[in-house]
Design a protein. Sequence first.
Length: 153
Amino acid sequence: MIIMSVHGETKKVEIQRFRKFKTDQYYPKHLGKPEHHIVNEFSMAVRAGNRIFLRGQTGFDLDGNFHGVGDVVEQAEMACTCVKQLIEEAGGTINDICKITVYLMHREDRSKVYPVIGKHFKDVYPCSTGLLVSGFAMPEMLMEIDVEAVISE
């Protein structure tokens, strides 16, 4: 529980953490190199009051299996599927999504990934930012989606 001040009004906000995991037990050892396997403790989703924050979603399903080695479309499909499930587990719907940030390794993958996002989040109209990056936590990853949502009260 934390205390927040919004527009001069102070209120307690409950923090809920969904699907806690330890990175050394989640990521398959055969992916990446030994130095990529760092020990941390995270949650797949955190709900703070009516806000939902998701861990960046990639080609990993929620059980730690990687889908789409070398296939950015399959990775995007898995990422969007996980986004929907995590938002729902945290008590929201895809219509509560306010912001999507898409990270890509290759500019030419934009034309492959954005139609997948459009299919999964049709009629949602979130804000979106797209970035090109030089790498991800695991070399097999080609894209990542970061999502924030606010549940209507």
